[in-house]
Ligand binder design. Structure first.
Ligand SMILES: *Cc1c(COP(=O)(O)O)cnc(C)c1O
Length: 402
């Protein structure tokens, strides 16, 4: 009986924020929003002048706009976030047979990007506050298995090189990149930040507020359909490193040497460039991104209010020195007993879906997926504990208009 009461209370609290829903009128997790944008005009412009593919002025405009918005010196727009991660890892030197340290709580694309280079993911635990990679666990794991020799880190257990650290800003909440960076420097390892979900998320560093991804060698953003803004499909590398930016542009455009008519390529490249027609959509949404972020912040505050006295669940908040874009606002079920939590979680998900409310559990841990079951891993008990009690809530900016 108690469990059902939790489900009823949680669904009622959500209803008080997002308004009424039913099977014929469902409320989704995160929907694209092109209202109050010039998206149609910009796409029409692409079609009328024929520049719809991997060259054209909207791509460079989009890159400039992302630089302005994030404060990064360089942006390279690519076909999607997964390709962006693969490219970024390659650029900092990840090669076949290497290990890349990642957290087990992320979208599968994080681990897949590592494998697309024939490298191997290596799991390090998360911290409960940010849900991102735990600096303590990273440090412990490197001490436990790492050996730094001639500037290269070798995993003593596998004999393989560890060549990068890939933390994730989960649901838009910034990971503790400042602490991670300190450890990375000590071990001479580059950081690629998976800020796929974190456009607009920021951290306070030395009294300056900086955008997620800009403290790493390269940050990678996604513009998939469910993200804060979408280009249909798309991604971007952001970096303050001139050489990495130049190489990113070169390798993502088939490593072609610029020439008006000659086709010459100086290495194996990829065809990763974001098409112009997709970039046009991105430019249109960046024009009112501040408005979108305010709406999501309002929605977050409404959820906080709705759940302030709830016995069963709380809204996940960030620490004071980090600013989430509130991409996916999330609940944490309070009960610490695994069996009780699993029952409530399943009951909640089943009943919510039945009534037209799309909730989502956190991803199944990557370490549970068949292809990543047997890769190297430190202790990941925090990820295992937190993972089963996280529920993502409907977070579309449109929901603030109700
Ligand atoms: C969306 C996402 C990706 C992949 O981006 P795509 O554009 O879908 O390829 C990678 N990592 C995280 C954490 C994501 O949320």
């Amino acid at each position: 009986m108690k469990i059902n009461q939790g489900t009823i209370e949680i669904i009622n609290n959500i209803r008080s924020v997002v308004g009424d829903f039913d099977k014929n009128n469902p409320v989704y997790l995160h929907e694209p929003d092109f209202r109050n944008t010039k998206a149609l005009d910009y796409v029409k412009n692409c079609i009328e002048n024929g520049w719809v593919s991997s060259a054209g002025s909207w791509v460079s405009k989009f890159e400039e706009d992302i630089c302005k918005f994030t404060g990064a010196s360089h942006t390279v727009a690519v076909t999607n976030g997964t390709d962006g991660l693969r490219l970024a890892l390659y650029l900092v030197g990840v090669r076949q047979g290497d290990e890349v340290i990642i957290p087990p709580l992320s979208f599968v694309g994080t681990a897949n990007a590592v494998c697309h280079l024939n490298a191997i993911p290596h799991f390090v635990d998360i911290e409960a506050t940010s849900l991102g990679m735990s600096p303590k666990s990273l440090e412990q794991r490197l001490i436990d298995v790492g050996m730094l020799k001639n500037g290269i880190v070798i995993n003593r257990e596998t004999g393989r090189r560890i060549s990068a650290i890939l933390p994730v800003d989960v649901f838009g909440i910034p990971c503790d990149v400042k602490a991670l960076k300190k450890i990375a420097l000590r071990w001479n390892l580059p950081i690629i930040e998976d800020c796929a979900e974190a456009l607009g998320s920021k951290v306070l560093i030395d009294r300056k507020i900086v955008h997620c991804g800009t403290l790493a060698q390269i940050g990678v953003i996604s513009f998939n359909g469910n993200k804060l803004i979408t280009t249909g499909g798309g991604g971007a590398l952001i970096t303050n490193n001139n050489n990495l930016a130049k190489l990113a542009k070169h390798i993502s455009t088939t490593a072609k040497i610029q020439h008006q008519w000659e086709y010459n390529h100086d290495q194996v490249g990829w065809n990763d460039r974001m098409p112009n027609i997709n970039a046009a959509l991105g430019v249109a949404q960046l024009e009112n991104i501040d408005d979108r972020l305010i709406k999501k912040k309002n929605l977050f505050k409404k959820y906080i209010y709705a759940f302030k006295d709830c016995k069963f669940a709380e809204i996940i908040k960030t620490k004071e020195d980090v600013f989430s874009n509130n991409w996916l606002i999330s609940l944490r079920l309070k009960n610490r007993d695994s069996e009780v939590v699993t029952k409530l979680r399943n009951d909640l998900l089943i009943n919510a879906f039945k009534s037209g409310l799309c909730l989502r559990p956190a991803w199944n841990l990557l370490s549970n997926l068949p292809m990543y079951k047997n890769v190297p891993s430190g202790d990941i008990s925090v990820a295992e504990f937190e993972n089963q009690r996280i529920i993502n809530l409907p977070s579309s900016p449109q929901l603030d208009d109700l």
